[in-house]
Design a protein around this ligand. Sequence first.
Ligand code: S3P
Length: 440
Amino acid sequence: MNGASRFIVRPGRRFGGVAIVPGDKSISHRALLLGAIANGLTEINGFLASEDCRATLAALRAMGAAIDEQAPDRLSVSGLGPNGLQRPPGPLDLGNSGTAMRLLIGLMAGQDFSTELTGDESLCRRPMERVAAPLREMGAEIDTTNGKPPVCIKGKTKLSGIDYRLPLASAQVKSAVLLAALYAQGQTRVIEPAVTRDHTERMLPAFGVPVTHGERTAAIDGPARLTGARIDVPGDLSSAAFLLGAAFLSERDPVTIERVGINPTRTGVLAVLGLMGAEIRTENHTTMGNEPVASLIGLPSALTGATIPPELVPLAIDEFPLIFALAACAKGETRVTGAAELRHKESDRIAVMIQALRKLGIDAEESADGARIAGGRPCGGTVDSHDDHRVAMALAVAGMMATAPVTILNVDNVATSFPGFVPAMQSLGLDLQYEPGSGK
Ligand code: S3P
């Protein structure tokens, strides 16, 4: 693997300062998708100009949407109305983005043309039947490839509203059904087994679509017409988490991250890390659109192992690579259960994280739906992120505490969610170096 891109982290616990993080990934995808099918102009400020969100942007452009980029994080979308998208010239390649693919499957189910959606090697290993099944119940015709991408969505089908009880906690599946519901006759209601991120439900009313939103339910009357909106995107808590994680390991100084989204369906990571002894404060509470926002302050903390309550898992689903990395640096044992979904993310995050931590000398083992990690001090060495952005960033944080430098391979996908991760961490004090790969 000599040609692989890599991070090299030299241990050190001087870390602290003030930072901002790029816009929220989930909100950025949704603002583009809803803007494209609204009537009139949608302005998006704080857009996450990452590879994942740009995959959604490119797909919408390929279907005729006019998206003007005034700055990388400031866009305006001239909405085409509900039936204005056009058949793209070929398959839409969504790169590494599961959110782009799953949300687009829902949106495409309502169009009067057929589409094929595909992606990179990792995305083509991820399950898509979970989205196709409820959409078929609504009347859509969808073919997956053995349950995975490429996915073909046949246009010109009539959709009807359904009552759908999700068999698993997934905001992507819920949102795909709600997007199709915008095109369906009658009411669509989704019922979740556990609360998941509710950005779609919060954003639709800004576009003029009423949503009846209970604790684990959301309902929409279709067909709906959307009116362009102004969406201000808060900083992404899932990116801020890496800065906070490093702050907890820091020797002396706090880290303040301004203007971060603290939607309660996303803050499971703060609760989990709180159980592990992390000291977190919030201040400057405000709202951006329909989303709560605050400055987050992470203080140097004495982290301890904890048994993570399974009900917190869906609320912290993207932060488990970091939670595993911090558990490896904490005093005592951490146990995670109820997290089998981690095996279906950009990589099998249970297997990949446990393999990396063991390589760094940590006593850790996987179970079918979680892991046990005995905290300690990682040793130096070379580990592989398996092209998973959050695994790469989490291992970079663990490198702070190692006894010797840690090299993390295959890190280019960090740009899918957190472009600017390296300079952000460097400016706060992490001794982190990026080396590009030498060809494929
Ligand atoms: C997302 C939902 C979650 C999360 C992903 C973004 C979203 O996935 O892991 O990064 O924007 O709806 P699942 O719906 O598969 O849980």
